[in-house]
Design a protein around this ligand. Structure first.
Ligand SMILES: [Zn+2]
Length: 468
């Protein structure tokens, strides 16, 4: 009883503080694996390369947010999504159900029940843990086919992401009802599987963009063949805008993947991609200033990323990360192709071949003298301001030895990422998630409620109360 009244009082206090105003338009941005280090490395990188400050770090209200799940101080993405979406802690692996496997109602479902349109957007597969937390109710995130069934049943107006994974037609599933794409069409969704079809979406029918590759490309590798997270967000606004308003969850899902693989250049560019999407929402808020709420947060930290590294003392060189011009995954692919081409041509694939690729894609300078004018790196749009001596990535004899050894072991992509992390002053303490709290920032109608030291469940509780 005591606890109940304390909770009621807590809700009363903050709804009173915001005048119980209900924003018509609500955006929730989630960086998967994004805590303060990920946000601030991206910020320092953007500032140092002349691209200005990030939008998502500069919203007016800030909160530190604990991320523990019911089963561990270190949460997985499913338990974190359940906390952020439903306001209840559950065990790692569970999506949209509590510890006893009871079905929970997510903020997206509350918004939908109250007559708002709902959009769920991600850069990874649409039945991945984070989006699933907002529409699915399954004891395990691995029940991908059944999570897909929940998506179809949700009736939400807009889904966009990398599509279902390859279990979309899992005939062995005990609940098999048909191919998930067919079921989505039968439920009234217009499907788009490429950029042209996506761009043709018009307001009216429910829309589902399924990227053809299962996930969107990393920003660092993007070739323009598929829409960006910012474009998916802009389309969501176009499709969902209506007199009852909308709720949209937008996830930067691949930050987490780059965190798991300790890939610094890809990680920070995913944060920048999420920031681009946030900027779309901010522009919308500027047009609808008294009706919009934007909240940005992370579900947990990934990689134990640090701004500082044992080998670089008090120095940090974020601009050096502009020299990284492809992801670890993409570099591994390039190596495989180069090796295959060499085999086809009947010549050996040697370290010197890989060395040329490291010069091109990581900006590594193998010359002992570091001659000017020898820059062979590809770089990207961020690299144009980073051609000073200070930004060169000169390798020591030890570095070269490590790379040669990694080449022999087949571990060159990850060691290249370790070396460029070290040269930039970025540390990593884990290949998994960590218990580091995340930063939540917000602005707009009701944003005052998102301050102080929050629990991840508070995000859902506060959002839900705005809709009820
Ligand atoms: Zn996650």
């Amino acid at each position: 009883m005591k606890m109940r009244s304390a909770i009621a009082l807590g809700i009363f206090t903050w709804t009173a503080a915001v005048g119980a105003a209900s924003p018509k338009y609500v955006f929730l941005f989630i960086g998967d694996g994004m805590s303060t280090p990920q946000r601030m490395i991206a910020e320092e990188f953007a500032l140092a390369t002349g691209h200005g400050e990030l939008t998502l770090n500069h919203f007016k209200y800030h909160a530190t947010t604990r991320t523990a799940s019911a089963s561990s101080l270190i949460t997985d993405s499913a338990a974190a999504a359940t906390a952020l979406a439903c306001g209840v802690k559950t065990q790692n692996g569970a999506a949209g159900v509590d510890r006893e496997l009871n079905r929970l109602e997510s903020v997206a479902e509350v918004a939908h029940r109250k007559g708002r349109k709902v959009g769920i957007v991600t850069t990874v597969t649409i039945n991945h843990a984070t989006p699933a937390g907002f529409y699915a109710h399954r004891k395990n995130r691995g029940m991908l086919y059944q999570i897909g069934l929940d998506l179809v049943a949700s009736g939400f107006e807009y889904f966009a992401g990398g599509g279902f994974d390859n279990r979309h037609d899992d005939k062995k599933d005990p609940q098999y009802k048909g191919n998930l794409f067919d079921l989505a069409k039968e439920a009234g969704y217009v499907l788009a599987t490429n950029k042209v079809e996506f761009q043709a979406f018009k307001p009216g029918p429910k829309a589902f963009y399924c990227g053809s590759m299962g996930e969107l490309q990393y920003m660092i590798d993007a070739d323009g063949s598929e829409p960006t997270l910012a474009e998916l967000t802009a389309k969501g606004i176009e499709l969902l805008d209506n007199e009852n308003g909308f709720f949209m969850m937008i996830e930067g899902g691949k930050l987490d993947h780059a965190g798991h693989s300790n890939d610094p250049g890809s990680n920070l560019r995913e944060t920048l991609g999420l920031d681009d999407a946030t900027r779309v929402a901010k522009a919308f808020m500027d047009q609808h200033p008294n009706e919009t709420l934007i909240v940005t947060t992370g579900d947990h930290e990934t990689g134990g990323m640090a701004m500082g590294f044992a080998g670089t003392g008090y120095a940090i060189h974020p601009r050096r990360l502009a020299r990284q011009a492809c992801s670890l995954d993409e570099f591994a692919r390039k190596l495989r192709h180069a090796k295959r081409d060499a085999e086809k041509a009947n010549r050996p694939f040697e370290f010197k071949d890989a060395q040329a690729m490291l010069e091109q894609w990581f900006g590594f300078d193998f010359s002992k003298t570091g001659d000017k004018g020898k820059d062979k790196s590809a770089g990207d749009k961020f690299a144009k301001n980073t051609k000073s001596n200070e930004d060169e990535i000169r390798l020591t004899a030890d570095d070269v030895k490590r790379l040669e050894d990694a080449f022999r072991r087949g571990a060159l992509p990850s060691v290249a990422c370790q070396i460029i992390s070290g040269k930039a002053g970025v540390g990593w303490s884990s290949g998994a998630h960590t218990a580091l709290p995340v930063l939540t920032t917000s602005e707009g109608v009701g944003a005052e409620a998102f301050v102080g030291l929050l629990d991840n469940t508070d995000i859902a509780k506060r959002l839900k109360a705005l809709f009820e």
